[in-house]
Design a protein around this ligand. Sequence first.
Ligand code: ARG
Length: 715
Amino acid sequence: MKRVHLVLIAFLMLFSNTVFANEGMWFLMHIKRLIHRDMEKMGLQLTPEEIYNINNQSLKDAIVQFNGGCTASIISDSGLVLTNHHCGYNAIAELSTESQNHLNNGFWAGSLQEELKPESLFVRFFVRMDDVTERILSKLNDNMSEKEREAVLNQEIAKIEQENNEGGKYTVSVRSFYQGNEFYYFVYQDYKDVRLVGTPPKSVGKYGGDTDNWEWPRHTGDFSLFRVYADAEGNPADYSKNNVPFKATYHLPVNIEGVKENDFAMILGYPGRTNRWMPAEGIEQNVKYAYPAWVEGSKLSMDVMKKYMDADESVNLMYTSKYAGIANYWKNRQGMIDALTAHKTAEAKRKVEKKFNKWAHKKTNKATYGNVIKNINAYYALTNDKAKHDNYLISLLRSSKFSVLPYRIGKNLEFYVSENEAKRQELLPKLQGLIASSYSDYHLPLEKEILAEQLKLYTSKSNYELPEMITGLAKDNSIEAYVNAAFELSIFSSKERVEAFLAFPNEALLTNDPLFKLSIELLDQYRAKPDALEQPTNDFQKSFRLLVEGLRVSELSNVKYPDANSTLRLSYGKVRALPKDPRNDAEVNNYTTFKGMIAKYKPNDEEFDLPKEMLDIYKKKDYGRYANSKGELPVNFLSDNDITGGNSGSPVLNGKGELIGLAFDGNIEAMAGDVIFDKNLQRTINVDIRYVLWLIDKYSNAKHIVDELTIISDK
Ligand code: ARG
């Protein structure tokens, strides 16, 4: 009896590993070989070719990268693009003014003519990919230093890009995977005339704000709609009135039948970064040195920004997107510190590395892998303080506009000053363009305060070697006075002053400019590569590559897919509840309801306020065909897909490849997920497509948009 049991358990374990694998971010070209059978067992009804085909239309034609950092999908044959509200946020804020505040009030274009073009926004279509590992590795050998390796690599990469870009028609990107053990190239086509079609008000699109961010139960209408435009031939084109809506090769049908526990769910998108192969001491360094500095630096900037944003709506519109971006990763990094500590992730990794080290010291492996762990650990021990320092510095550079701007413009001015009059005239238009774009949308008092506060934090917290100029300031306790005086004197403190400099260039003025000098110091410090670290860095890079190679050869790692690096991936799993939660009124804790959203409403609260119309419509309960079988309006739902930042806006698809939702977040308790995937904890938080359609159709009266979609329903 017992034996039978054991066999059964062993069988079930095997079964659960292979059939219900929710871990993994897979390449589309590997679907057939690696995951198709598994997906079929779970409910996929498409062939690999229906998902990824380079000769005929396939699902991949409807998936785009959105403005570099998010994902979106094409949902009509006239180029309608669906992404998250937080992905469109920057564009929506840019298109808003105090009197026409689309961010606060929402916006729906009544016709194509009313669609709004933000300054810069692009979508990237994926054309194809291929494996170039053998080609690249054949050019490299074990005797090369990491620097030599990189030089040869870059040469070969440039050739591959050249061979595949079809005379500039495509953008080609060769990327390394498994820490430099494999290489693939990706061919893309970018469209840069992308216009805003519609968005719910921020109170709906960002409902719950930073309090609910990264949390479940969730009630956020996190979507916005854009449209891709092309020239008359369907090719990418700069903005022009004559451009026409892009005729999509393929668009996603939308299924409004609803989801239930265990339904198959797959997500295609552009996950940004995971570190599933990161060594134990790297995790430790992040938890103890890098992330705490990141969190502290971010919070400091957030507090300064918030003060000015709350006082003036025009300042709020200028900074709200930047603030949201910083706040998002502020909470994320604290969540990572907490989760990695609670789950003892570094310890778990140390155990694997111990096994690896044993394997590495076997006679046949020793020559290649014997020093791997030793080198890796030595490197981290040497760079802990630097990691802390770098993170304070990065937080300064990321949040202070005037820490970077003088350098960027100043380096161009140096060149300008050194040229004769004729050459200067030639350089002028480009410089003027750079100046115009650099000096839009900022608030000087805020910028001065951020720079001073960040400098104070950076100098006080970093026990790492700082540039003399900066230590001097800190010693005299004169940072504030210095920053004020610098802005008084600098030619970079306003657009008018830089322009005046263009008219009367003067080399000495530039070289002695205080903001320029500070900016140079900070960026030099950022790029500095201390001599003492050269050899350890070289050994570390090589050892990390060998660690990943060795973990794969020895099969000591169960990670079977490459880390995310903003390349297109497929993740499959299912709709999956978390344990029952008293905060969620829904019967099963895998979705939330409109009723639950209204229950969180707090009048005049920054995060939980709602428009009056929303409360009115709630009383009517007019959910139409978007209600579930219980008569509720579903808002968000959970699935167990393996995704990360960058997947925001990704379509969630059922077994037929029909759109059932929009991925927009992860749950805070699984925040260690970027380093170790936890199959029991990790969830993806999605907007239910029925809520999206209800918001467009019933709440916003934009039925003409719903009419553009291909809707699958038996209602
Ligand atoms: N956590 C989400 C992500 O990284 C972003 C959510 C934006 N919402 C917010 N309240 N900041 O994809």
